[in-house]
Write a protein that binds this ligand. Structure first.
Ligand code: CTP
Ligand code: MG
Length: 223
C-alpha cells in the first residue's frame, strides 16, 4: 500500500552556522533538503509535503525545483511544523505517513521497508541505533547513577505512523512546546511504537563540521 511523506525543513539551523538554514546548504553537490526529498520520492512516497520557513519560500522552491512536492509553512517548533504538514495531508487522507527530518539526507530504502513492514502490526515504528558508550546521570559534574544501556536507543527519522493516529496525536499534543519527536507524541496519546534497526548513514547534519567532512562529528550534547 502507498504511503505519504512529511519532510520537515522549517528550522533555522542555528548550530550548523552555515549562514543560511542548513537544509538549504550544499552537501555532496545538492542542497541537503533535495537529497532527503529525492530519496522519499524514489522510495515511493506520494504525496510528499515539505514544511519550509515562511521567509525562505524562494530558496526552498529553488532547492526543490522540478520535484513533485507540496509546500506548507512550518511553525516555531518542529512539532508545529510537523502538525502543519500533517494537516495539509488531510485532503489526500493517506493510510500511512513517514515523517522525516530534512537534515538527514542519506536515507536508505531498507530503512523505509523495515518501517512499513513494522507498521502492519503497530501504530508507529521508529528506526533506532544501539547506544555503544555507557550512559551516566549526573548532577552538575558529579556522577549520580548509571543507566541500563540495553534499555536505551538512539532514535532517528523517518518515523512511520498510521496517518489518522499521528494527526490526532499532534492535534491533541499538550506536552512540552517542542516534543522530542513524533514517536513521543504518538506514545503520549497511547499508541504503541515498534523499534526497527536504523542506519548510521541517517545521522542528522547538526554542527558546522558535519558540512565539511563526510561523517557527522561526534559531539557531546548532539540531539
Ligand atoms: N524543523 C522544522 N521546524 C522547526 C524546527 C526544526 O521543520 N521549527 C526541522 C529542521 O529543519 C530539521 C529537523 O526539524 O530538518 C530537525 O531539527 P534540527 O536538527 O534541530 O534543526 P534546526 O532546529 O533547524 O537546527 P538548530 O536546532 O541547530 O537550530
Ligand atoms: Mg532544532
Amino acid at each position: 500500500p502507498g504511503f505519504a511523506a512529511v519532510v520537515v525543513a522549517a528550522g533555522t539551523g542555528e548550530r550548523a552556522a552555515q549562514g543560511l538554514p542548513k537544509q538549504f546548504a550544499q552537501h555532496r553537490g545538492k542542497p541537503v533538503v533535495r537529497h532527503s526529498v529525492e530519496r522519499m520520492l524514489r522510495f515511493g512516497a506520494d504525496p510528499v509535503v515539505v514544511a519550509i520557513p515562511k521567509d525562505e519560500q524562494e530558496r526552498a522552491e529553488q532547492a526543490l525545483a522540478g520535484l513533485p512536492v507540496q509546500y506548507v509553512f512550518g511553525g516555531a517548533t518542529r512539532q508545529l511544523s510537523v502538525r502543519a504538514a500533517l494537516e495539509a495531508l488531510v485532503s489526500s487522507n493517506p493510510q500511512m505517513v513517514l515523517i522525516h527530518d530534512a537534515a538527514r539526507p542519506d536515507l536508505q530504502g531498507e530503512v523505509v521497508s523495515r518501517l512499513l513492514a513494522a507498521l502492519e502490526r503497530t501504530r508507529g515504528a521508529i528506526p533506532v541505533l544501539p547506544v555503544v558508550d555507557s550512559i551516566v546521570r549526573a548532577l552538575g559534574q558529579t556522577m549520580e547513577s548509571t543507566a541500563r544501556r540495553e534499555e536505551l536507543h538512539r532514535v532517528q527519522t523517518p518515523q512511520a505512523f498510521r496517518f489518522a493516529d499521528i494527526l490526532s496525536a499532534h492535534c491533541d499534543w499538550s506536552g512540552e512546546p517542542d516534543a522530542g519527536d513524533d514517536a513521543q507524541v504518538l506514545h503520549a496519546a497511547g499508541g504503541t511504537v515498534a523499534l526497527v534497526a536504523g542506519d548510521p548513514r541517517l545521522a542528522k547534519l547538526t554542527f558546522a563540521e558535519d558540512f565539511v567532512t563526510d561523517q557527522p562529528a561526534i559531539r557531546v550534547g548532539q540531539g
